[in-house]
Write a protein that binds this ligand. Structure first.
Ligand code: URA
Length: 238
C-alpha cells in the first residue's frame, strides 16, 4: 500500500506538488471513484488508478542509464556532488549499480532493484564491462598477452582482460570483475598510465551514444529483460 500522491509521482505524473493539485481538483479515480485525498492508500498490486483520464501504470522498479560525467562520485550521498544529484526521479530509493571513479565517464545503471544490482555486481557472475581507454603510452602486443593471461603480482590479482580496438594510445578493454581502480591499476602494473576512461557497456547494455555526459534515460523493456538474465547464464567470457 502506498500514498496516492507518491504513487502518481513515481508513475511520472508530475512532482509531488503537481499531483497533489491534480488529486485535489478531482482528476484522479481509484477503481472508478474520485479520490481527493493525497494520503489515500492505494494497493499498487490491485487497484486501478486513472489520472486525467489516463490509466496509470506504476512499476515497483525503475532503471536509469546515466552517462556519468567526470567530477561526480558514484554514491547516494556525501559532501561531494553525487550521480544522484543529476537524476530527477522522485521518492524512489535508487542507487548506482557499481562505481565509476570520479574522473571516469560513461555507462552507469541507477536503479532501486537491489536483486538485479546484486546479480550484476556479484563477482561470480563475471559480468562483462567494456571501457574505452586513452593511455599515456601506446598499448603493445606484450601488454595484450599479459592482460589476456590475467595478472598475479603479490596482492594484485586480476582476472583475464581482453583488449580490442587497439590503436596507439587508444583501446577498448573488457573486464569481468570490478575491483577498486581496476583498469588504472592494471595499466600501472604494465608501466603505463590511464589518462581517460569511459565505460561503454555492461553485459549487453550499451551506453546510448546520444546521451551527453550528465544526461540519462530510462531503460527499455528489452534492455531490462536482457540484464535480468544476468546470473542465470553460465557462459559469460572471462
Ligand atoms: N577501473 C578503473 O580504474 N576505474 C573505473 O572507474 C572503472 C574501472
Amino acid at each position: 500500500m502506498m500514498r496516492l500522491d507518491r504513487y502518481l509521482a513515481e508513475a511520472g505524473f508530475g512532482t509531488r506538488k503537481e499531483v497533489k493539485k491534480l488529486i485535489r481538483d478531482g482528476g484522479v479515480l481509484v477503481n472508478g471513484q474520485t479520490v481527493t485525498k493525497a494520503e489515500y492508500k492505494v494497493d499498487e498490486t490491485a487497484d486501478t488508478v486513472t489520472a486525467d483520464g489516463f490509466e496509470v501504470s506504476w512499476s515497483r522498479y525503475a532503471y536509469i542509464m546515466l552517462n556519468k560525467p567526470q567530477g561526480v562520485i558514484s554514491a547516494t550521498e556525501g559532501a561531494e556532488k553525487t550521480v544522484m544529484d543529476l537524476i530527477y526521479e522522485p521518492y524512489r530509493d535508487m542507487f548506482p549499480c557499481g562505481r565509476l571513479d570520479k574522473d571516469t565517464e560513461g555507462l552507469l545503471l541507477i536503479t532501486n532493484d537491489g536483486d538485479l544490482a546484486h546479480r550484476l555486481l556479484s563477482p561470480k557472475n563475471r559480468i562483462e564491462k567494456e571501457y574505452e581507454v586513452r593511455l599515456r603510452d601506446p598499448v603493445t602486443e606484450e601488454d595484450k598477452s599479459v592482460l589476456a593471461a590475467g595478472i598475479t603480482a603479490g596482492d594484485e590479482v586480476f582476472r583475464p582482460a581482453v583488449i580490442t580496438e587497439a590503436d596507439g594510445t587508444y583501446c577498448h578493454i573488457t573486464i569481468t570483475e570490478g575491483k577498486f581502480h581496476e583498469i588504472k591499476r592494471m595499466f600501472a602494473y604494465l608501466g603505463n598510465e590511464v589518462v581517460y576512461l569511459k565505460r561503454l557497456r555492461m553485459k549487453g547494455l550499451r551506453l546510448d551514444e546520444s546521451l551527453q555526459p550528465g544526461e540519462y534515460r530510462m531503460l527499455t523493456e528489452e534492455e531490462i529483460s536482457d540484464l535480468r538474465e544476468a546470473g542465470s547464464s553460465r557462459n559469460q567470457a572471462g
